[in-house]
Design a protein around this ligand. Structure first.
Ligand code: NAP
Ligand code: ZN
Length: 346
């Protein structure tokens, strides 16, 4: 065991504060990683404040991890000390079920071990995330970061990047397809960049005009402010709508904007159930889908795609001591577009 320093929430009402904890000894297939940067995902806030229920405390959040390999176990074949690597939303899974066998470890039938607020496969040991100085992860769950991408801007790809890439691929974003992204936040802004690089016509649906100029700079073809007027004007307009917003929106309004046979994908997680009228789907044969992150092979594919297209997150780098203020600013949509913690500040 080794002692690692980090920041943790001790309960759902507490501010994050310095915290020391044990990282496991390196096993034969483990990679030891010195964490350089960690993104702040809105899911960190939901979980640190126990908004989804069942949070495990003390909690060291952080699942957008970028760092450098410092040590490898004797059976590790993919990595060596000095490699630039990332760790995303999970660090293990059963590796035997049909989902794991197909590279969809995030949907493991038995139990995915989340990077934090989860348990190791022994079902007992709590996991601690990336707001910390180092982490030990089995090589299967470690991703290779492209050499041309900076570690700080690449960190958010490990959650925000894959969470957008996966549904954009699955629902065929590309030339001739109209894609709308609801919410220009951490997820949304990377979604614009990726969908644009895939060749789709990209629109952003935002709840104010504040981010209009940014949207175009990021690669959006259209910027739309959500309103009654928009919903009727853009009726049957989009092939694919990706919803990254976690506040209560009337999904029926957005479904109206889908073309016949179009799909709306839910990524943001409102805390209360959202009522859907049957005719919102029946009229026009529309689909409502959900998507959670992506599997390990697809995450590596996304990183390679971002390397090829030079896609990284727009970030505001902060020392870890500012994490509580950063949370408040994320809640006010006041970040352009992802906070990334510089762990050297620990
Ligand atoms: P974020 O950076 O806070 O972005 C959310 C965006 O929602 C904001 O930038 C804002 O965009 C919009 N919004 C905020 N308040 C709003 C309001 N009152 N009305 C309408 N829109 C509002 O969060 P994020 O990190 O991108 O995460 C977004 C959600 O996705 C969270 O719920 C997170 O837990 C979830 N998530 C899901 C997955 C998955 O695998 N499915 C993975 C990661 C995160 P505008 O200002 O443009 O309106
Ligand atoms: Zn996340």
């Amino acid at each position: 065991m080794s002692i690692a320093r980090g920041f943790a929430a001790l309960n759902a009402k507490a501010q994050l504060a310095p915290f020391s904890f044990e990282r496991r000894e390196m096993g034969d297939r483990d990679v030891g990683i010195d964490i350089k940067y960690c993104g702040i995902c809105h899911s960190d806030i939901h979980q640190a404040r126990d908004e989804w229920g069942g949070s495990i405390f003390p909690m060291v959040p952080g699942h957008e991890i970028a760092g450098i390999v410092t040590a490898v176990g004797r059976k590790v074949t993919k990595y060596k000390p000095g490699d630039k690597v990332g760790v995303g939303c999970y660090v293990d899974s059963c590796r035997m079920c049909p989902e794991c066998s197909q590279g969809m470890e995030q949907y493991c039938s038995n139990m995915t071990s989340w990077t934090y607020n989860g348990r190791e496969q022994d079902l007992v040991t709590p996991t601690y995330g990336g707001y910390s100085e180092n982490i030990v992860v089995d090589e299967h769950f470690v991703l290779r970061l492209p050499d041309n991408l900076p570690l700080d801007g690449a960190a958010p790809l490990l959650c925000a990047g894959i969470t957008l890439y996966s549904p954009l691929r699955r629902f065929h974003a590309g030339p001739g397809r109209r894609v709308a992204i609801i919410g220009l936040g951490g997820l949304g802004h990377i979604g614009i960049k990726i969908a644009h690089a895939m060749g789709a016509e990209v629109s952003v649906i935002s709840h104010s005009t504040r981010k209009q100029d940014d949207a175009r700079r990021l690669g959006a073809d259209e910027f739309i402010v959500s309103s009654r007027d928009t919903f009727s004007k853009l009726s049957r307009h989009f092939d694919l709508i990706i919803n990254t917003v976690s506040v209560d929106l009337d999904w029926n309004d957005f479904l109206r904007m889908l073309r016949v046979g179009g799909t709306m994908v839910i990524l943001g997680a409102p805390t209360k159930p959202v009522p859907i009228g049957a005719f919102s789907l029946i009229s026009g044969g529309k689909c409502l889908a959900g998507s959670g992150m992506g599997g390990i092979p697809e995450t590596q594919e996304m990183l390679d795609f971002c390397g090829k297209h030079n896609i990284v997150s727009d970030i505001e780098k902060i020392p870890i001591q500012q994490v509580n203020e950063a949370y408040e600013r994320v809640l006010k949509s006041d970040v352009r577009y992802r906070f990334v913690i510089d762990l050297a500040s620990l």
